[in-house]
Design a protein around this ligand. Structure first.
Ligand code: PEP
Ligand code: MG
Length: 872
């Protein structure tokens, strides 16, 4: 038989295709014995047939609907249109996937001039009866018959005005009767027929409207964006109404099976006696805590506790339940998995494993990795945030929340911080010279730059909150102010920024400090048991390295040595090296830098113990280390005792049109091999010293950046390994080190087999690889990627989540070619993607050995890697 309509007790959760998500859940609740107001579901198949038949309702379907309707009448002992005991129903759409944009709910269908009076008598509340009636006419007129809502609103407003009523609730029953009459005449004017008084006619029109709403523009667009097929169709749920406002033996409420803020295993919710659901939401009366129900209605409370337990055990997850009590009888109206904070999610998942409800794997899968940010950074207090004024929105570059006084330069920020002020550093964009200001600041706000801009990368590394690329602000550094929408914010004024959302606020907002709970640690242990990928960190200082180890890092995947070159104490020697006229001068300058670099590496090796440490040779273009404007050049020339013209000429000479594609990475070391030599010496001597003095089995890995041709790598290998081997030989100790390369130039992925001949490891630099694959400048793309997202050209920013189709394909090819040439080659990633959950999953899928990310993203990567392994 071609069955099209199912009563709730004929369905089950697994029938989502046919009954839609809502219908299947209502059926499931009914079948596990919970008191659900009875009803039936018209299947998605009926919806599809409706379209096949040219949008006509056909008699077989009507017969089936009416058959289920009379079953419903029998079950409820009520009758459609009955003058004494009328059946009223709600009608809701419900596709397989929850789809905003589909038809809104219609409540109280079945009301007409007779049944409204019956409801008046049953409830003893005339105002309620007519308020329900006028709402029903409005919902029906708007949702089913497409009469614009404002037309109903203006009728209501005119009656309110005439009655001098401020709120809807000020209208009495008589006034509402007048509204009903006026609504009906509006209906007649618009539709050219009377408002349907016959409940069956109301029902059929409503069912058709649900079917039609499957193909309204909003729904079509939603499906397109979310990849939901057009041929699924929607189901229609028809359910008998229950009323919580039938006296003091009735009520309504909402409750969670566990605390959605803390995860504590204790019912959490509230209820109102003699009220309807919307009274709870409207906040006119203050609801009571669910525990009070125990005193007011002890039996109902016990029933509810049992039902809540049953639902949680059944769905094996924290439930968010809506219920109504009608004349001393409890009804469950809805259940769904409850929305929760990260704290609550982690605690609930871990405790459910301990209670034997779910497996460790299920617990791991249940936590959204990016949610863990909430556990690692300060967040704004919820109430304080509600009261705050948001003034702009930029990119959520590095999570956390911070308030402080605005300062526009690193120097001013440092000075203010020394005086004990809290600082937000606001810059057009940051550059390496701003490091100290960034360290001192509570948070960083930039007007330009994307998710891999300097500010974003450095802030993430520090675990400091950052909003980047906030184009709405115009920064006037020299005037010490920025302007948003014509309003100026000056130095010393307070602002607050949320690096998790990108929001910028006026004034101070209170924050919470994060606490690492035992539950969190346990979840991480379980994640470590299942994951295949190792998780390393990108860290340039012993402090960051130590922090990352606390978060579970198993090594350093990227130590950017340029950080060390920018240090204020070292910059004179670095500049000497750059402006040197000949190799002797340069070597002399490098001699000064060597002991400093060695000290850095000693600190890092000690912090990392026997974990592997990948140190990358110098990467950024040299001119970044030189002063930019004339005044600074003169100062520096005096300081260094060189002619200022000569220095100026050198600065000019070093300037590039496209520094990102210019003289950086291994290209620098090919021009000046002595730099690579000095760095190699510093690394190996540091390793030897730590091993000798501390007995730590250090594992240095020397990494060459920006290689596109194996000959680049081979040339530098000759320089580096010759020296390294000599040093080790002379030291008389056994020290193993590795020599490898970043894979971040597209050509390198194409010839990865050749490159693997000279590289013991590859580390994908997906920041540069994305830049060069798309041809999008890392520094400028922030300006237009937003438009790409708005226009749905991109779902995700490719600098945040790996573009699997393009960049990912190149990576995959490099993995295959690399392994073909050198089967035991070690493969990792150190671009920003290494801490982004979907990218981590991709890295697992293509068989990398490890991901590396900033310290504060290490736990996120551990969990993402575990989830990828479980997905298989
Ligand atoms: C990369 O390009 O992905 C990378 C890690 O290097 P950097 O960001 O320092 O260029
Ligand atoms: Mg790079």
């Amino acid at each position: 038989m071609n069955k099209l309509v199912y009563s709730f007790n004929e369905g089950k959760a697994a029938m989502k295709d046919l009954l839609g998500g809502k219908g299947a859940n209502l059926a499931e609740m009914s079948n596990i014995g919970l008191p659900v107001p009875p009803g039936f579901t018209i299947s998605t198949k009926a919806c599809n047939m409706y379209y096949e038949k040219g949008q006509e309702i056909w008699s077989e379907l009507l017969n089936e609907i009416f058959e289920k309707l009379s079953e419903l009448e029998n079950k409820t002992n009520k009758k459609f249109g009955d003058k004494n005991n009328p059946l009223l129903v709600s009608v809701r759409s419900g596709a397989k996937f929850s789809m905003p944009g589909m038809m809104d709910t219609i409540l109280n269908l079945g009301l007409n001039n007779d049944t409204v009076e019956a409801i008046h008598k049953i409830t003893g509340n005339e105002r309620f009866a007519y308020d329900s009636y006028r709402r029903f006419i409005q919902m029906f007129g708007d949702v089913v018959m497409s009469i614009e809502k404002y037309k109903f609103d203006s009728v209501l407003e005119s009656v309110k005005e005439a009655k001098k009523a401020k709120y809807d609730t000020d209208l009495d029953a008589e006034a509402l009767k007048e509204v009903v009459l006026k609504y009906k005449s509006l209906y007649k004017n618009e539709i050219r027929s009377e408002f349907p008084e016959e409940p069956k006619e109301q029902l059929v029109l409503a069912v058709e409207a649900v079917f039609r709403s499957w193909n309204n523009e909003r729904a079509k667009i939603y499906r397109k964006i979310n990849g939901i097929p057009d041929d699924l169709g929607t189901a229609v749920n028809v359910q008998s109404m229950v009323f919580g406002n039938m006296g003091d033996d009735s009520g309504t409420g909402v409750a969670f099976t566990r605390n959605p803020a803390t995860g504590e295993k204790k019912l959490f919710g509230e209820f109102l006696i003699n009220a309807q659901g919307e009274d709870v939401v409207a906040g006119i009366r203050t609801p009571q805590s669910i525990e009070k129900l125990k005193e007011v209605m002890p039996e109902i409370y016990d029933q509810f506790v049992q039902a809540a337990d049953l639902l949680e055990n059944h769905y094996k997850d924290m439930q968010d339940i809506e219920f109504t009590i009608e004349k001393g009888k409890l009804y469950m109206l809805q259940t769904r998995n409850g929305k929760r904070t990260a704290f609550s999610a982690v605690r609930a998942a871990v405790e459910m494993v301990e209670e034997g409800k779910i497996s460790k794997e299920e617990a791991i899968m249940r936590i959204e990795p990016s949610q863990l940010d909430q556990l690692l950074h300060p967040t704004f207090e919820e109430n304080a945030l509600k009261a705050a004024k948001s003034i702009a929105k930029g990119l959520p570059a590095s999570p956390g929340a911070a308030s402080g006084k605005i300062y526009f330069t690193a120097e001013a920020a440092v000075e203010a911080s020394k005086k004990g002020e809290k600082v937000i550093l606001v810059r057009q964009e940051t550059s390496p010279e701003d490091i100290e200001g960034m360290i001192e600041a509570q948070g960083i706000l930039t007007a330009r730059g994307g998710m891999t801009s300097h500010a974003a990368v450095v802030a993430r590394g520090m675990g400091k909150c950052c909003v980047a690329g906030c184009e709405a602000i115009k920064v006037y550094e020299e005037n010490k102010k920025f302007i948003i929408d014509g309003k100026a914010y000056v130095e010393g004024e307070y602002i607050s920024i949320d690096g998790g959302t990108g929001n910028v606020y006026e004034g101070i907002i209170k924050t919470h400090e994060p606490e690492m709970s035992g539950h969190f640690g346990k979840l991480m242990e379980w994640a470590d048991e299942v994951r295949k990928l190792k998780v390393r960190t990108n860290a340039d200082t012993p402090k960051d390295a130590a922090q990352a180890v606390k978060f579970g890092a198993e090594g350093i995947g990227l130590c950017r040595t340029e950080h060390m070159f920018f240090d204020e104490a070292r910059i004179p020697a670095v500049r000497e090296m750059i402006i040197a006229d000949n190799i002797e001068q340069r070597k002399a300058a490098l001699e000064k830098i060597l002991p400093m670099q060695r000290e850095d590496f000693i600190g890092i090796f000690e912090a990392m113990g026997d974990r592997p440490v990948t140190i990358r040779l110098l990467d950024p273009p040299l001119h970044e280390f030189l002063p930019h404007d004339d005044g600074d050049i003169i100062d520096l020339a005096n300081e260094m005792k060189v002619e200022h013209e000569k220095l100026k000429a050198r600065v000019e000479e070093l300037k590039e049109f496209n520094p990102m594609l210019g003289h950086r990475g291994c290209r620098l070391a090919i021009t000046y091999p002595e730099i690579a030599e000095m760095q190699t010496r510093a690394i190996i001597e540091a390793a030897i010293q730590v091993k000798k003095e501390k007995g730590i089995d250090v594992k240095p890995e020397i990494m060459v950046p920006l290689v596109g041709d194996v000959k680049e790598l081979a040339f530098l290998k000759e320089v580096a390994t010759k020296l390294a081997d000599e040093l080790i030989n002379d030291s008389g100790i056994d020290l193993k080190y590795m020599y490898g390369t970043m894979i971040e130039v597209p050509r390198a992925t194409l010839v990865a087999d050749e490159i693997a001949k000279d590289a013991e490891f590859f580390s994908f630099g997906t920041n540069d690889l994305t830049q060069m694959t798309y041809g999008f400048s890392r520094d400028d793309a922030g300006k237009f990627i937003k438009d790409y997202m708005d226009k749905k050209i991109f779902d995700k920013d490719p600098f945040q989540a790996i573009d699997r189709k393009g960049v990912g394909k190149l990576m995959k090819m490099a993995v295959e070619l690399g392994r073909k040439e050198r089967p035991n080659i070690k493969l990792g990633i150190c671009g920003e993607h290494g801490g982004e959950p979907t990218s981590v999953e991709f890295c697992h899928d293509i068989g990398l050995d490890y991901v590396s990310c900033s310290p504060y993203r290490v736990p996120i990567a551990r969990l993402s890697a575990a989830q990828a392994a479980i997905k298989g």
